[in-house]
Design a protein around this ligand. Structure first.
Ligand code: ZN
Length: 187
């Protein structure tokens, strides 16, 4: 959710933290080459960014939700449209925003400690005005403490494989052990 910056302070390591209108805080580090925010190191730059907005994840995901079984997550993702993807290399975190109905709200998969991420076939691209949908999903975890492994086949055709230590579906931790595979022609 977009929240305006209303102030700043520094943390124990002298990194700058933006204070948002909602009462949440968010780091605004200048830590090149990972994060480049030269404006944050000068008082003029910080002043100029008062009133601009940041995405507040804490407002998007209020509090811990009940865990959700991985089969349910696979069902929800199958045939959903991939709306946005965001990879945070510094945090080894991947976020996928999806939508099941053209008018529906966004659904979010967040993968933490991503250990493998491979696009086969050039990544997700759609024609202008078109969309990328998840035609096939495989999701497995072979035992407690083992990584989650995802396989997606997308339309237009490309494939994504990823492995991560933990994942969340709309703020709820994904749990369970086993395998799930959903492959269905477009109806
Ligand atoms: Zn917030």
């Amino acid at each position: 959710m977009r929240r305006s910056i209303v102030g700043y302070h520094q943390d124990d390591e002298a990194h700058w933290v933006a204070e948002l209108e909602c009462g949440h805080n968010q780091h605004v580090r200048h830590d090149p080459p990972w994060q480049v925010r030269e404006w944050v190191v000068t008082s003029e730059g910080r002043a100029a960014h008062l009133g601009t907005w940041l995405e507040c994840r804490l407002c998007d995901d209020p509090g811990p939700a009940e865990p959700i079984g991985f089969r349910e997550v696979a069902s929800a993702m199958h045939r959903a449209a991939l709306v946005a993807q965001q990879l945070d290399l510094a945090a080894a975190e991947l976020r996928l925003d999806l939508r099941r109905e053209p008018t529906g709200g966004l659904l979010r998969l967040r993968c933490e400690r991503v250990s493998r991420l491979q696009w086969l076939g050039g990544g997700a691209t759609a024609e202008p005005g078109g969309e990328v949908t998840i035609a096939t999903i495989g999701l497995e975890r072979l035992g407690p403490g083992e990584p989650w492994r995802f396989y997606f086949r997308l339309a237009p055709p490309s494939e994504l494989e990823l492995a991560c230590a933990r994942c969340w579906w709309n703020g709820a931790e994904v749990t369970g052990v086993g395998r799930c595979y959903r492959d269905q022609p477009a109806g």
